[in-house]
Structure formats: C-alpha cells, structure tokens
Ligand binder design. Structure first.
Ligand SMILES: [Zn+2]
Length: 525
C-alpha cells in the first residue's frame, strides 16, 4: 500500500473517531478469553456480547488489524505501544500451548475436526460456533501487524499457528475437508495466501488450497450463480482468497470465479447504498427486498477488499464507482459520528433507524470489521501502476509513493466542494501519466486543468488520462459537478432513492411515532 495520510475532511474526522474506540478498548480484556482457552487466569474480565460466547477472540484479531492499520494511517504512538503490549501478551499465551495454538476458545473443537470424525452445519463445527471464522481474525491480525510495523514477533506467532493448522489438517481426506468447509470459515484462504506471499513456504499455498470450497466456488467458475439463499458473508471472503490465489498461481479459474462473483453481487444483489444481503443472506437475483435486517456491514467491508484486488486485472472506473458508493453510503455511514459506535445492519425499512453497538457488550462481527473500517479510509485514494498515477477517490489526503520518491497532495472538501486539486510536491519526473476517475454520476463535462490551463484529455476505461512531462509544483485541478438524480430498485421502479452525486440522501426523522413492531427484531442463525 502507498503511504497515504488523510487531511481535514469527512473521512479524517471519522478516522479520529474510530481511533478513539481502538484506544478505549482494554487489551487485557480483549485477550482474556485467549488466557482462558489455555486454562490460565486472565488479568481482567473478558468483554460481554459475542466475546462471552464460543466465537470469543475474534475481537482481539480485528483489533490487531485495526490498530496496526490505524497506526500506519495516523502514526499515533499510543496505538503502537498498545499494539506491542498486545503482542507480548499473545506471545506469552501462545507459549502455553505446545502446538502453538492461540485463540479465544479451547482447541477441543479443532481436535474433533482433525480426528476426521466431526459434526458440521453452516454455523457450527466440532460442537463450536464457526471456529475457523473466529481464529481467522487472529491469523489476519498477526499478518496485518507484520505488514504495517514489520513485527517479526507477529510473523513468528502466525507461522506457529499455521504449523498447528498444517499438522492438524494434513491427514484429512478431500471428502473430510469439503465437509469441514460447509461451516463458515472466514478468510482462511486469504491468510494462507498472504502467508505464502510473505514466507514463500509451499505448505502455506497447500493450506490455502485446502480451504477451496468446491460446492460454492466451482459453479462460480462456470458462470453459475448459486448465491440465492446463501449466507453472504460466508461467501465473500472465500472469493477474496481465490482472487489472491489467482495473483499467486495465475490459474484462470480463480480469476473467473472472482470476476463473475463480483459482477453478480454488485449488479444483481446490491442495494443503493452499496451493501448486500437481507437477514445476512443473498436473496434472489435482481431483488431488493426492503427490511430492517438489510446490508450487513461486514459484507461491504469485504466487497471493498475484493474490489481493490480486481481493479489491476482490468483497470476500469466501474470498480471505483462501486467502491465510492459503498464507502460513502455504507462504510462511512456505519459509524455514529458522535459515539464512534458501528452498525450491524443498515435498515432499508422506510422510517426505520440505525442501531449501533455498545462499547463493552456487543462485539458483533460488524463491531470487529467496523474497528478496521476507519483505519482503511486511506486505501485506494491513489494507486500507482508503473509510471501511471491513478486518482480513484476524491478525498483530501497526502501520499508518499514509489518508496517515498514521489510526494503528492489532494486538496478537496468533496462532496461539499465539487472540485479537487492534486499537487506534485516532489519526484514528479517519476510519473508519466495521471488517470483521474470520471465518476458515473457526473452531470457535466469535468474540465481538467494543469496550472490553470485547460487540458486535452484522453478518456480510457472511465479514466481521464493526461500524459506529459511533470514538474514539481504542478497543480492538476478537476471539476466534479453533481446533481440530484434517482436510483430505481431493480425489482420495482416505485422503490426509489434520491441521490446527489454518489450520495444516497437520507432524512433525520426524529424519534416520535415509531411503530412498535419495527422496534424489536431477532435473527435466526
Ligand atoms: Zn458482520
């Protein structure tokens, strides 16, 4: 990732709010279930909500990813010292298990799986609640810490944990593995693909491919949409993993799965705000059933990850048109700007409202991915591909790219301001082309100027390209004219959303006169 930092604006404010919650959380309470999993006394009491259930430990994994990424984004030293403390605690806990196992629940469920004789359904495995899903967050946390602060300790811990997984899984037959994969297992392909990328150890690639779930992924490879009725956030991480496997192996099948899936989800199963799912599941194609339990926030966190992987394969503005819509209307809007707490679902029920998690007693999946979201705002504003600088998003920011050789800044108060400028600070000679995304919602020609002179631009794949010799101090400015327009639901033209540019408009309706029947809902998992 390029070294990008946010400047004053909507996303900067939201990022600071997200950082407050990361600093608020007590590492001793987050690691408490990990102590208990190896029969040791924790220093403090574990948190409530999902952290008091068998899925416990997923939150310390998310917190590691979020805190490491937030440190990279903000350079706040308190984040770094908390992170180092968490790593030392986790290293101590891992040393209590001779196989290197570490998570927030005992390993009995995995031992049952590794024996080959185990019970499984969509959300339980070896008599526990989605154990691979939960432990995936710890794998991913260590890997993110390694990437962000180059921590050898984090790498050593995840290597030990992967050795435990390798030794456990090596004796399972293909039939037993496929049976195991019926249960939600998060991004297990992705973490082993990442680990292979870091270590070049072949066994990590083998492990990644052991998590290839044929029943879902093979039909996608043949352009068959089998998504109806499937739990959405179980599937998206599988496809992220497959996309990473394509980058490693070059197998066309993996690319086919990822691109077909992305298109099916984005164009046939996505609501106006960029989220998908109702009651956590994919509905029928081209249906937009309204309800209270629409658009689980984790799904969109994962769809953004998938989108950034697909863009380099075939650069095209439609990827970042989607990314922008989902980023503003779902991800940014999933955080309460006052309390910093996040949503699980975003209701599409007319007149309904947002429900945020509590500080200490929720720890839903979306609390976890929600910890990471504000730290990830920096991603993909800019992207470098050889000598081309892409400007995907109109967010005030500064970036050091190409190993700090090139420094640029984007000035804008978009969407309150309908224009932006990028200024070359240093190293401009390393860049030949600048590609500015021409968003789908533009209402007028977006004039591009360099040092205030109108430019001839070439439009290619939805980007406006300027190729010339650049010099430090050059200022590229572009207009972003927006207006009101309507979004029509795919299944009923009478269901409409009013949009302004990429923004879905919503009203603050107050708290009076809520209907009682929409105040309380439950979900069956
Ligand atoms: Zn979630």
């Amino acid at each position: 990732m390029e070294n990008i930092q946010l400047l004053d604006g909507l996303f900067y404010d939201s990022q600071l709010k997200g950082k407050e919650y990361l600093l608020y959380l007590d590492v001793d309470r987050l690691v408490a279930p990990c102590y208990e999993a190896v029969n040791k006394q924790p220093k403090k009491e574990r948190y409530g909500g999902w952290e008091s259930t068998p899925i416990a430990g997923h939150s310390i994994g998310h917190w590691l990813s979020a805190t490491a990424t937030m440190y990279q984004a903000t350079k706040d030293e308190k984040l770094l010292s908390n992170l180092k403390y968490a790593l030392s605690e986790l290293q101590k806990i891992q040393s209590y298990d001779e196989e290197g196992y570490i998570s927030g629940f005992p390993k009995d469920c995995f031992n049952q799986v590794f024996s080959g004789d185990f019970q499984v359904d969509n959300f339980s495995l070896g008599d526990s609640w989605v154990p691979w899903y939960s432990i995936h967050k710890i794998f991913a946390g260590f890997i993110d810490v390694y990437h962000c602060i180059k921590s050898q300790k984090a790498l050593d811990m995840v290597v030990k944990l992967s050795n435990w997984a390798y030794n456990g899984l090596k004796n399972l037959s293909e039939v037993q593995l496929q049976k195991m994969l019926i249960c939600e297992h998060g991004g297990m392909i992705e973490v082993f693909a990442d680990l292979y990328h870091i270590t070049q150890e072949k066994r990590n690639l083998e492990l990644a491919e052991k998590f290839y779930h044929k029943a879902v992924l093979d039909p996608l490879a043949s352009n068959k949409d089998v998504l109806e009725g499937k739990h959405a956030n179980t599937q998206i991480p599988k496809v992220i993993g497959v996309a990473k496997l394509y980058n490693i192996t070059g197998k066309e099948k993996y690319k086919q799965i990822a691109t077909f899936f992305w298109n099916e989800v984005v164009y046939s199963r996505t609501y106006a705000i960029g989220g998908n799912s109702i009651r956590e599941h994919f509905g029928p194609k081209n249906a937009e059933e309204l309800g209270i339990l629409t658009t689980e926030t984790c799904n969109t966190y994962n769809m953004l990850k998938l989108t950034e992987l697909l863009f380099p394969w075939q650069p095209s503005a439609h990827y970042y048109d989607y990314y922008e819509r989902a980023l503003y209307n779902h991800i940014l809007a999933s955080q309460d700007p006052d309390s910093g707490m996040k949503t699980y679902f975003v209701s599409s029920e007319p007149g309904h409202f947002k429900i945020y998690h509590s500080q200490d007693h929720s720890f839903w999946c979306c609390t976890g991915s929600g910890m990471e979201n504000p730290a990830r705002y920096n991603r993909n504003i800019f992207e470098i591909s050889e000598d081309t600088l892409y400007i995907h998003l109109f967010i005030a920011s500064k970036a050091s790219i190409m190993n700090e050789k090139v420094k640029i800044e984007q000035k804008t108060d978009f969407p309150f301001q309908q224009s932006a400028q990028v200024i070359f600070k240093t190293g401009s000679e390393a860049i030949k082309k600048i590609n500015i995304r021409k968003p789908y919602w533009l209402t007028d020609f977006n004039q591009v100027r360099v040092n205030n002179s109108p430019q001839q631009v070439v439009e290619k794949n939805g980007y406006l390209m300027i190729e010339r010799e650049w010099k430090d101090g050059d200022e590229i400015s572009y207009e972003l004219p927006m207006n009101l327009h309507r979004y029509y639901a795919k299944d009923d033209k009478h269901k409409q959303v009013i949009m302004y540019g990429p923004l879905v408009l919503a009203g603050a309706l107050g708290r009076e006169n809520f209907r009682k029947q929409i105040l309380c809902v439950t979900i069956n998992r």
